[in-house]
Design a protein around this ligand. Structure first.
Ligand code: SAM
Length: 452
């Protein structure tokens, strides 16, 4: 019999079974969104709401993964088999989040266990663990929350690196990254203004705050289908920090711009909204590159002005023809340590060696692209990372390697300033034109270089 999760009748049991199948894959190294897609594809007759519910269950569990695993270590006399550990973790997470009555969670977890061959025999064990947790929760929490990895929900090495890079801010960074992510939109400047869009939201009774020049934070998350103007291309979903790249590149009409690592095209589309420049959007992953074209089409920006090229940005000889570029945006692959609030699986997927390996890849991309920049042209380097190896140290090393590269201050910031730390939701204020940066954003590093 197949070990795939089956769609049990009641939604929570179905969501738990689906999320547990994904969780097992995730704990073996697969990104949570891909693991959920994989698990959903195994289900023969999915409950219509099971995937969305499973996403919710799995992502909220990832926000306290270390706590869940520490609790399981205390509740189980020996490590349970991975399918059992996965279901137990997700059911415990549901008990902790208190979204459902405890008896319903226990009942549904047992149903989910019975529905899947690999957990069927363990249903009584899961039942016993969850009931014991309910009886002993305060003592169990007190015992495990003394561990720093549990309090900050990150592996030891991850915490140590952040502490060493940010001796003042590391705890607030880690706590901010445990928040549920804010839903932030980018208003398409070709279609409407930010003020006009905010007025429309007010009339629709949707609570929102302006957090950047074109950035609007919707206080309550909602599916894109329910975002006013989304289908018509008036807005896109994009963090306000990511919205800094296009204006900071300062591309004018008639310029040639290269967006070197472009998919899914958030920054390409923003560039096309703000400028009349011609843009080459290069992406190595063919499947992801299709999303650039889809996004441009939704926004009404598909035209000869933007070319989507499938190619390796580190090997320009494969795809570069014609004159040099006036502007280059390198939004390089990175650890993504600045966007953990949106992807809570990241600290658990990365390994310490990934930081140096990605920094080497970023340096290779910088060195391959710099010769494509025209004299007096500008290159903006971006990573959604907090680790200095990918940010401040990468920028300094680049400037040492290329004597014709001059680091220029980012608009509104001091010379050398470029590391943006994630802003907690409680600190978000209304943005005004005097603000040098958005008032709510994830963690990013930016460095702007000009060719002498
Ligand atoms: C941080 S994401 C880019 C996000 C995008 N700029 C946006 O705003 O929507 C990095 C992208 O670079 C792509 N990539 C990684 N290495 C690459 C390479 N050598 N050449 C081209 N693309 C690459 C990845 O597939 C990924 O889509």
């Amino acid at each position: 019999m197949s070990d795939a999760p089956i769609a049990a009748g009641p939604p929570l049991a179905a969501a738990l079974a689906l999320a547990a199948a994904a969780w097992r894959e995730f704990r073996q190294g697969r990104a949570l969104d891909r693991a959920l897609e994989w698990a959903a594809a195994q289900v023969m007759t999915p409950h219509p709401r099971a995937l969305a519910a499973a996403q919710d269950v799995a992502y909220s569990a990832a926000r306290h993964l270390a706590l869940l695993e520490a609790l399981i270590a205390r509740l189980a006399p020996r490590p349970p088999a991975p399918p059992v550990a996965a279901l137990l973790a997700l059911a415990l997470s549901q008990l902790i989040s208190r979204r459902h009555p405890p008896y319903a969670v226990v009942d549904q977890a047992v149903h989910a266990a019975q529905a899947v061959p690999s957990t069927r025999k363990a249903a009584p064990f899961i039942n016993a663990c969850l009931r014991r947790y309910l009886r002993e929760a305060p003592a169990l929490h007190a015992a495990v929350e003394s561990e720093e990895t549990v309090r900050h929900n990150a592996p030891r090495w991850w915490i140590d690196r952040l502490r060493s890079a940010y001796p003042q801010a590391w705890t607030s960074i880690l706590q901010t990254q445990r928040e549920a992510p804010p839903l932030v939109l980018r208003v398409n400047a070709r279609r409407t203004t930010t003020d006009e869009y905010l007025r429309r939201l007010r009339l629709a009774g949707i609570a929102a705050t302006r957090v950047g020049a074109q950035a609007v934070w919707l206080h309550e998350p909602r599916p894109v289908a329910d975002i006013p103007g989304f289908a018509a291309g008036e807005v896109s979903v994009q963090d306000a920090g990511a919205q800094l790249a296009a204006p900071w590149l300062q591309a004018g009409a008639g310029m040639r711009v290269l967006d070197a690592c472009a998919a899914p095209g958030g920054k390409t589309a923003h560039l096309a909204e703000l400028t009349e420049a011609t843009i080459d959007a290069v992406e190595r992953d063919a499947a992801r590159s299709a999303r650039i074209s889809e996004n441009l089409a939704r926004l009404g920006l598909a035209s000869d002005r933007v070319r989507v090229i499938v190619g390796d940005a580190a090997q320009p000889a494969q795809w570069h023809r014609g004159p040099l570029y006036d502007r280059i945006l390198l939004d390089a692959p990175c650890t993504a340590s600045g966007i953990v609030r949106r992807h809570p699986d990241i600290p658990w997927l990365r390994r310490p060696a990934d930081v140096a390996q990605l920094a080497t890849q970023q340096a290779r991309l910088l060195d391959a692209l710099w010769p494509l920049l025209a004299p007096a042209g500008r290159l903006l380097y971006v990573v959604c990372s907090l680790f200095p190896e990918e940010g401040v140290e990468q920028a300094a090393a680049f400037e040492r390697r290329w004597t014709d590269a001059r680091r220029v201050p980012l608009p509104g910031l001091q010379a050398g300033e470029g590391q943006l730390l994630p802003v907690p939701l409680t600190a978000a204020t209304a943005w005004t034109v005097d603000c040098a940066r958005p008032t709510l954003h994830d963690g990013f590093f930016f460095a702007l270089f000009e060719k002498r």
